[in-house]
Design a protein around this ligand. Structure first.
Ligand code: ATP
Ligand code: MG
Length: 552
């Protein structure tokens, strides 16, 4: 195990199992239900399951837990595979499907019937609820609990054959209606559903429940550690009961850990779907979505997401992680790996009055890492700078361009502002400045140093671009608590700037390439819409955290 990985109870547990010889090789699985796009919480589960397999030299399977045909689709199956790979993981062998085990599960259900520990129950859902009891009161036996093995067999075979309608009957395990654990009060194993399935078509008219399917799937695949989230803790006795009562080829073990929740984020699939269906966002991969495909489109590097998932740790206590931690992991990664470039968001013309010839500049692509190389930029007589980088006059805290004061143009000369033109409303139209140095990087001979550095593009060479500035989708730390998502939205989560000007090389950026736009933040060439003739960049994240910074 690599030294940078902190110990956690899962790693300790697995190491103990290996040391004690309880398992010889680690096999885990990531078992999404294909009923939505994966989100940041799933990224945690992916890094846990694939990560543990990697750390212990084992295997991790990708298995679609596709036991609910109505809500599932091929679109989700495809996106999930793409997201897992993009996060940097490859599953062992073929993609697996719970539905591929339906025949085996059916035979195991018959086995339970034959052993006298499963029965067909005809109670209506309301009657079953009334029989179930409560947390403080035991349940009551179903009147169908005493059915004979042969009658149960006959009815179950006919359930499969499609003879009964949805909800008319179920198959239940016969465990203990008085158990303090409600999951053991004769849980449902199979339901009748006349629904076609994306993998098995119309072959099945009965579908296993999660509880009946999951552990048995684990056993079929030889999973050693079936890692899931805490809400399944109370299901573990049932998981173990089924494994103990069936002739399964392996004895998997379920271990639970706490879900990852981040502030300012919703991760319920129902709510994410609502955001998409109500067109609050533009789709599952809208850059404001906490989906893996949304974070990707936003320019979040996979390595930053993996790093964040490791940083937050793995424990058994629920909590909410500040989303600023994720954002900070993104900044750290991009600060090291994103080349620098210049984009002027609110262009203002700047004329260099004494520049007679264009000047070719070699500008480093990264201030700290020479391996990024240089790019050539041409300093021309007419430039564009950001309107906010100029004032006619200002106090000494304004470290940008002011008439009679100096700044350095990034990668270029030191200039001193002379005058400006204004329109009839007093709005500044154009600034005039003279170059006070002639060699890039040098300081002025008179010893009067520039106040700061500003970015620029050449008015002759710059390319117009659409820049989408993103911010957190929600204005409150706990949007999941609100039933009305519309009421807790951040109204400024998207601002589109169609008048930005970028340095020419950026137009040729590959889709998904991320840059630091000097002094502005990190921006990614949109995966789908960016073209050299029509550049489109999405803001990944600002240079600093403006949510927790009081001066932000
Ligand atoms: P559903 O309510 O549809 O079951 P789910 O979020 O549990 O939603 P699954 O597709 O069943 O979705 O999840 C696949 C795996 O990812 C499961 O093992 C689940 O425990 C895990 N997982 C889901 N959300 C989180 C989360 N926030 N943190 C950690 N693991 C998660
Ligand atoms: Mg689930």
């Amino acid at each position: 195990m690599s030294a940078e990985l902190r110990s956690n109870f899962l790693r300790t547990q697995i190491q103990d199992d290996l040391d004690a010889g309880r398992v010889s090789a680690v096999v885990t699985r990531f078992p999404p239900e294909p009923n939505g796009f994966l989100h940041i919480g799933h990224a945690k589960s992916i890094t846990v399951n694939f990560g543990l397999a990697q750390q212990f030299g084992g295997q991790c399977h990708l298995r679609f837990d596709d036991t609910n045909p109505e809500k599932e689709s091929q679109e989700f199956i495809d996106s999930i595979q793409e997201d897992v790979r993009w996060l940097g993981y490859e599953w062992h062998g073929e993609v697996r499907y719970a539905s591929a085990y339906f025949e085996q599960l059916y035979h195991w259900a018959l086995h339970l019937i034959d052993q006298g520990v499963a029965y067909v129950c005809d109670l209506s859902p309301e009657e079953a609820r009334a029989h179930r009891g409560t947390l403080t009161e035991p349940g009551q036996d179903s009147p169908y609990r005493a059915r004979s093995v042969s009658e149960n067999r006959d009815l179950f075979v006919r359930m499969r054959a499609g003879e009964f309608s949805d909800g008319e009957r179920v198959l239940r395990a016969k465990i203990d209606m008085a158990s303090p654990n409600i999951n053991l009060r004769d849980p449902i194993l199979y339901r009748i559903r006349h629904a076609d399935h994306h993998q098995t078509g119309n072959e099945w008219r009965i579908y296993p429940t999660y509880d009946f399917a999951h552990g048995q799937e684990d056993a079929i695949e030889g999973i050693t550690h079936s890692i899931c989230t805490l809400e399944f803790e109370d299901h573990r006795p049932l998981y173990d009961w089924l494994i103990a009562n069936l002739p399964v080829p392996h004895q998997p073990r379920q271990i639970e850990f706490a879900r990852l929740n981040t502030s300012y984020t919703v991760t319920s699939k129902r709510k994410l779907k609502q955001l998409v269906d109500e067109a609050i966002v533009e789709g599952w991969d809208d850059p404001r979505m906490p989906t893996i495909s949304g974070l990707r489109r936003r320019g979040y590097p996979a390595a930053a997401i993996r790093h964040f998932c490791e940083e937050v740790g793995t424990s058994r206590s629920d909590g909410i992680v500040d989303v600023a931690m994720l954002e900070s992991a993104v900044r750290d990664e991009l600060n090291r790996h994103a080349p620098r470039a210049m984009c002027v968001m609110r262009p203002l013309r700047l004329i260099l009055t004494n520049l007679t010839e264009p000047l070719e500049l070699q500008v480093p692509n990264h201030p700290a890492d020479p391996s990024f190389g240089h790019r050539e930029l041409i300093l021309t007589r007419e430039l564009l700078i950001d309107a906010e980088d100029f004032r006619e006059d200002a106090n000494k805290h304004f470290k940008r361009l002011v008439i009679g004061k100096r700044v350095r143009l990034r990668g270029g000369l030191v200039i001193e502002a002379e005058s400006c033109d204004k329109d009839g409303d007093g709005r500044i139209q154009c600034v005039y400045a003279q170059c006070v140095t002639s060699v890039p990087g040098e300081d002025p001979e008179d010893g009067v140093k520039p106040k700061g550095v500003i970015h620029w593009v050449s008015a002759d060479h710059a390319v117009p671009a659409t820049i989408r500035q993103y911010d957190r989708l929600f204005a409150v730390p706990d949007p999941g608590k609100s039933e009305d998502l519309g009421a807790v939205l951040n109204e400024n989560s998207l601002t589109t700037n169609a008048s930005a000007m970028i340095e020419p090389g950026l137009a040729n950026a590959a889709p998904e390439a991320v840059f630091q736009f000097e002094r502005e933040g990190y921006f990614v060439a949109d995966r789908y819409e960016h073209q050299s003739q029509r550049p489109v960049f999405n803001m990944t994240i600002g240079l600093r955290d403006t949510w927790s910074d009081p001066n932000g």
